[in-house]
Ligand binder design. Structure first.
Ligand SMILES: [Zn+2]
Length: 205
């Protein structure tokens, strides 16, 4: 999405190599329609398109840092990677993790609630209480315990919405039943409100 790639052209002009998952490169080569925003993002200039791609898992040595790049399929989109800076004990999750706020899930580019939960569980299994966790949105410095709260929120809301959907309820009735209610005061204060988040989860269960 533009909010994470719009600086690519400037970085490239400074000599940086732009590296991403191969699906992200594919996405940046064409116009991207995001259905839930009813908006089409134009194709960025070629200088903003990644010139190198990675597959499922790769590690790089840059200066004295080891960077581990891990793809998390069908989560926020189909091109999400987390980046672990091993010596510094930092993990950047991109939009797999929105700290303290309901996240966007982009089904039109291959994302889904179940992949998002799997991605968070995978990252949780590889961090310690000392790891600095950097989310895609929300308070920019986070940690394992907060990522764990985020996982619980996702799993509980997924469970509530899936149960109502399995009873045959259409989306409007599921929204009216307030399946996110216990989490709204904390998590529902940013661009993805309770109703929108319920729709996003409903889509994927
Ligand atoms: Zn974002």
């Amino acid at each position: 999405h533009f909010d994470h790639t719009d600086g690519n052209e400037w970085l490239n002009a400074e000599g940086a190599v732009i590296l991403a998952h191969e699906n992200t490169k594919k996405r940046l080569m064409t116009i991207q329609r995001v259905d839930d925003w009813d908006f089409e993002f134009p194709r960025p200039p070629l200088a903003a398109v990644p010139s190198e791609t990675v597959g499922d898992e790769t590690s790089l040595k840059l200066n004295k840092s080891t960077l581990m790049l891990k793809h998390h399929p069908n989560a926020h989109t189909d091109g999400d990677i987390s980046v672990t800076f091993r010596e510094a004990n930092i993990v950047h999750t991109g939009d797999l993790y929105w700290n303290g706020i309901y996240p966007f899930i982009d089904y039109s580019t291959g994302g889904g609630i179940d992949g998002k939960i799997r991605a968070v569980e995978e990252i949780l299994s590889r961090v310690t209480d000392e790891t600095i966790v950097i989310p895609g949105h929300g308070q920019p410095l986070s940690k394992k315990s907060e990522l764990s709260d985020y996982r619980k929120m996702l799993v509980d809301i997924r469970g509530n919405v899936a149960r109502l959907k399995a009873e045959g309820k259409p989306i409007d009735e599921v929204i009216a039943a307030k399946p996110t209610e216990q989490f709204d005061a904390k998590w529902g204060q940013f661009v993805i409100g309770p109703e929108f988040f319920t729709r996003l989860v409903y889509h994927g269960v």
